[in-house]
Design a protein around this ligand. Structure first.
Ligand code: AOF
Ligand code: ZN
Length: 382
């Protein structure tokens, strides 16, 4: 790979990032076409149902696509989905070479797109800036390879590790800059998930209020005993709501259904709902990234179920004292070896607060992959 190859793929990644808030449930993808050392076409996927990155770049390049080098952040598709196969369009346009950042984890594509182009005599390379490309679509990749979404838990705490006063009051621990940052995390997600405890205590909106976005992620309430009142604020706002419950009784469901909430009846676990079943249901509903804003019970349960892929903690420079509430409800530990270990992926300042992005270490072996593709593909998001 030459330094130009890196430069053009970096450009394709930048284009792909423009789709961060909008492509759901599709992946974010960017594409650059280069001929005689100049960019002749650029594209990025904007919305599901609309043209793919490659199709937009080809359209811009027109006849100049003949003999061009194609840089694309995801293997071109070779199937009829909502749009026709990009492999056909690339072949018809007569491109000379294709560089992909990563294979498409979608089982309908999964290497077949690259093989079709290779068999047609095009020089094909795959894997340039792959880590960056994977980081763009952790949820899409995990859903396609493992049948579950990528789960990100957002938390806010004081410097002494407390999330609310003993009374439950937590408004506002972090600064406005941190809360706007959280809006960006919500906006990139397919679903915003909370528990009935938080819903009843705080009556949160759980919606996206960023001027740059129009899409509302589905708001998911885990409500084993179906306690959500039809008057809850989140049920009254624009955008879809899904209540996951163990209560199958139609009469009990009618009040929330009447205000537009969808209901999924799911199995119980020892305490609350079976969280693996919840995530399987969300994957079936094409959720890629799930953003969790919940209390210590649900956050602790997700951690214990090995379902937390990423934890984002905002740390406010305040002290709440040891009577205040902690972040995760976890079983009492007796030995240091039992502690929950996390890796820090990033630290940065957001306004007057600090933001830590962490990945919990897996306690068990990862679940078996629903597909039988290569271990590289089954590796997941990062
Ligand atoms: C995208 N954007 O730029 C590329 C994608 O229903 P469709 O036709 O939009 O197909 C969606 C699939 O196409 C998606 O799951 C992925 O496998 C593949 N590539 N998707 O949304 C793009 N190149
Ligand atoms: Zn395509």
């Amino acid at each position: 790979m030459s330094s130009d190859d890196y430069r053009y793929m970096a450009r394709a990644l930048t284009l792909a990032r423009r789709g961060l808030y909008g492509t759901d449930p599709n992946p974010r993808v960017g594409c650059v076409l280069v001929r005689d050392g100049a960019i002749v076409g650029e594209g990025w996927h904007e919305r599901a149902g609309e043209p793919h990155a490659e199709a937009i770049a080809l359209e811009e390049a027109g006849k100049k696509a003949r003999g061009a080098m194609t840089y694309v952040t995801l293997e071109p598709c070779c199937h009829y989905g909502r749009t026709p196969p990009c492999t056909d369009a690339l072949l018809k346009a007569g491109i000379a070479r294709l560089v992909a950042a990563m294979p498409d984890p979608n089982p309908q594509v999964a290497g077949k797109g690259l093989a079709i182009l290779r068999d047609a005599g095009i020089r094909v390379d795959c894997g340039l800036l792959e880590t960056e490309a994977r980081a763009l679509n952790p949820g899409f990749i995990q859903r396609m390879t493992e049948g579950r979404p990528f789960i990100r838990i957002k938390l806010a705490m004081s410097l002494d590790g407390r999330t609310a006063l003993a009374s439950g009051e937590s408004r506002w621990l972090t600064s406005e800059a941190a809360r706007t940052d959280v809006q960006r995390l919500r906006a990139r997600s397919s679903a915003i998930l909370t528990g009935s405890g938080t819903l009843l205590a705080d009556n949160p909106s759980l919606n996206v209020r960023l001027p740059a976005t129009t899409r509302q992620p589905v708001r998911v309430i885990l409500d084993t005993a179906l306690q959500t009142p039809a008057t809850a604020k989140t049920l009254r706002l624009p955008g879809p709501v899904l209540i996951c419950t163990a209560v199958a009784d139609a009469d009990a469901q009618s009040a929330v259904r009447a205000v537009g909430a969808d209901i999924a009846v799911l199995p119980r676990a020892e305490r609350g709902l079976d969280l693996h079943a919840v995530m399987g249901e969300l994957a079936r509903r094409e959720c890629n990234e799930v953003h969790v804003e919940a209390g210590p019970t649900l956050a602790g349960a997700l951690l214990q179920a090995d379902l937390a892929d990423e934890i984002v903690i905002y740390i406010a420079p305040l002290l709440l004292g040891d009577r205040a509430r902690s972040l995760f409800q976890l079983p009492e530990l007796t030995r240091m070896q039992e502690c929950w270990a996390l890796d820090i992926l990033e630290t940065r300042a957001v306004g007057r607060d600090w933001r830590l992005t962490l990945r919990p270490r897996r306690r068990r072996a990862p679940p078996p992959s629903i597909s039988d593709r290569s271990p590289v593909m089954a590796d997941g998001a990062r």
